[in-house]
Structures are given as C-alpha cells and as structure tokens.
Write a protein that binds this ligand. Structure first.
Ligand SMILES: [Zn+2]
Length: 182
C-alpha cells in the first residue's frame, strides 16, 4: 500500500495502529488473519466515512488512570508539560495536545517533533501515544480540509508527515505505553 494523499497516509497508519493494538493486547507474536481483518475493516470504514478515529475522550480517560508520570520514560521527578504537536509549529495549548514530560526527556526531545525524536532514538513510539498523535493529525487535517491533498502538495503542518509510520514492527517489539499499564 503506498498512499498518495495525506488522508490515505493517515488512515493507513491509523488502521495499522488498530491492528497492532489488537495484536499487542492479545499478546500475539505475529500478525494473523484476525489482525489483518481489523486493519482492512477500519481502513475501508475510514475511507468511506462509515467509521471515524473516535473522539479523544478515550485517550483523555486513559490520561486519568495513568499515574502522573513522564509520558516518555515513566519517571515521576521534575515533571513539566510537553506538547505533542510543538507549539512553535502551531500545536495548541489544549488538553489533547499536552502530556507530562520529565525535564530530562523534555531537554532530550528539544524542539524535535515527537515522531522524529523517537526515530532518532531508534524506537517505535508506544502505541497509545502514537494513537493520540495520529488522532490529532487527522483532526487537524479534517479541520483544514487537507485530507484529499496529494502528499507532494502538503503545506507546512504542525506534525511530521514524513515520519508517519507506514509499516509497524512485529507485536513483540511494540509497547502500549512507556511503562506496563496496570
Ligand atoms: Zn521522561
């Protein structure tokens, strides 16, 4: 699958995320038929508008049950807030764009985009963090009517379009969150 529009890329990534999420939750060691079906069904639904990525409510609920800890390392010392979409790239000061981050992760990340930062560390982002990022990206592009735009014509965006994952590692290499969830 090689997406040609912004919307196709984001939907493809989101459908893969749902597939990976199901596989990790089931402790599968590799992707199987049922996971590919989840991906196919969601991709089709997103394309034809019968399904959507869901509100951020579920992610907000997750935030409530998570301990107050760094979203990147799980540390609890010297916490501050970080923006998933950087504020100097147009990321907003809203709850869905803000996560806890420790001083150490904050300074390591610097002004880099979240996905670029994970890439430089050779890590794939935790799925629930990536889910929020993709939802923000889809909702931003919906609002700006950018989903149908060819990738080559993408304007400046508050997220890293080039770093949106098109393929996902095997389930065993993925985590839902930076620390195990209770
Ligand atoms: Zn940290």
């Amino acid at each position: 699958m090689s997406p040609t529009t912004i919307g196709e890329l984001l939907y493809w990534s989101y459908a893969n995320l749902a597939m990976a999420h199901a596989a990790v939750t089931n402790r599968a060691t590799s992707y199987g038929r049922v996971h590919f079906m989840i991906r196919a069904r969601l991709l089709k639904g997103l394309r034809d508008g019968t399904m959507n990525v869901g509100s951020l409510v579920e992610d907000e609920r997750l935030k409530m049950v998570l301990p107050q800890a760094c979203s990147y390392c799980g540390g609890r010392d010297r916490l501050s807030v970080d923006h998933l979409f950087a504020s100097d790239r147009g990321g907003r000061d809203t709850g869905d764009n803000i996560v806890w981050s420790c001083v150490s992760c904050n300074s390591s990340k610097g002004v880099r985009d979240l996905l670029d930062w994970y890439a430089t560390r050779g890590q794939f982002p935790p799925l629930l963090l990536l889910r929020r990022y993709l939802k923000l990206a889809i909702s931003y592009c919906e609002g700006q009517a950018l989903l149908g735009l060819p990738l080559a014509e993408a304007p400046d965006l508050p997220f890293a379009l080039d770093a949106i994952p098109k393929s996902f590692p095997a389930p065993a290499e993925l985590v839902l969150w930076c620390v195990p969830l209770a």
